[in-house]
Design a protein around this ligand. Structure first.
Ligand code: NAP
Length: 323
């Protein structure tokens, strides 16, 4: 018998990649939003008690960073209260919770990559709710792996890659923030790294997951660092080089040509957004490498891979129809 894995957020950037990869390791149960709405505690308890998973992979989150400023009740319910309940139920079942958190738990004032033991100090409501989720998981006493990642993108969903491609078909000049640095991380690489780590937890008889001695918090991002401005430049460079007929790219640009000629670097000050963002979002991945032997490719390679026909991007509708 394969172990049971409960996956949340199967429609998201990361969740849809996990929904393709995790079935190699166990029987994946990935409920619809109508059956598992994380803002409804009674549904969380019901699903956990009905499915009795050995592993919970929580890829769902309230990720609308600006909206969270004025919608803190919902953001808190999904990002803090739901992980707390998942962890408490996991503890009762002796299960392990894999959860994702964010670079936005830090204030960005450090002049070097953040390590796991650095003091969090979120600048915005989203970061505060994600930090509360982390703290609740740690306090539950459940076996857990919290992977903090950053600047996530995929070939579907709402993200910087697709926004830049769309804007580049609409405007000749794009103004992009140049004084925030981070590591753009492709959802597929994050899902692959997670799957590799989870595979290492499978017991010899393949019927269950072993207790991860390495329970704790880890940074998991692309290697290297860049600014939004450099990332936008790289996206357009890759897009000009890549085949025009990649399905995800054609859908992002609606088949229109790229007309952007000039990218103008601007400051955070000039680009006002409801939620403040940290200037430095770079996370050190040294602990992930040391404990699990896992290192993600650098951000530029991950971006190039997205534009490569060989590295098939996820087809969300195929992923959804699989369960
Ligand atoms: N995106 C980033 O740049 C970024 C950066 C750092 C860390 N992270 C973290 O990485 C993880 C994955 O993020 P992502 O970018 O893959 O997120 P995403 O693409 O926004 O997907 C979020 C998923 O959560 C689901 N969801 C939202 N509210 C829900 C609710 N009330 N009940 C059940 N499901 C709900 C969404 O369902 P619907 O599709 O139905 O809305 C979607 O499947 C999250 O923990 C996030 O905080 C993300």
């Amino acid at each position: 018998m394969k172990p049971t894995i409960l996956l949340t957020g199967k429609t998201g950037q990361l969740g849809s990649e996990l929904n393709r990869l995790l079935p190699k390791l166990g029987q994946v149960i990935a409920p619809e939003l109508t059956d598992l709405d994380l803002s409804k505690p009674e549904q969380i308890l019901q699903v956990m008690r009905d499915t009795r998973p050995q592993l919970i992979v929580n890829a769902a989150a309230y990720t609308a960073v600006d909206a969270a400023e004025t919608d803190q009740v919902n953001a808190l319910a999904v990002n803090a209260e739901a992980p707390r309940l998942l962890a408490l139920e996991a503890k009762k079942l002796g299960a392990t919770l894999v959860h994702y958190s964010t670079d936005y738990v830090f204030d960005g004032s450090k002049k070097a990559p953040y390590v796991e033991t650095d003091l969090p100090n979120p600048l915005n409501a989203y970061g505060r709710t994600k930090l509360a989720g982390e703290q609740a998981i740690r306090a539950s006493g459940a076996n857990h792996l919290i992977f903090r990642t950053s600047w996530v993108y995929a070939t579907h969903g709402r993200n910087f890659l697709l926004t830049i491609l769309r804007l580049a078909t609409e405007r000749e000049e794009l103004k992009i923030v140049a004084d925030q640095v981070g590591a753009p991380s492709c959802a597929l690489d994050l899902a692959e790294a997670t799957t590799k780590i989870v595979a290492g937890m499978i017991a010899d008889d393949k019927s269950q997951f072993a207790f991860p001695e390495a329970s704790g918090t880890y940074h998991m991002t692309a290697a290297g660092q860049t600014s939004w401005y450099e990332f936008a430049n790289a996206i357009l460079e890759e897009a000009r080089r890549a085949p025009q007929n990649l399905p995800w790219r054609a859908s992002a640009t609606k088949g229109r040509p790229l007309i952007a000629r000039r990218l103008v670097p601007i400051s955070t000050e000039e680009f006002r957004s409801p939620a403040p963002r940290p200037a430095n979002s770079v996370l050190s991945n040294a602990r992930l490498k040391q404990v699990f032997g896992v290192a993600l490719p650098d951000w530029r390679t991950q971006l190039q891979n997205c534009f490569s026909p060989e590295r098939a991007p996820v087809n969300p509708s195929a992923a959804l129809s699989s369960r």
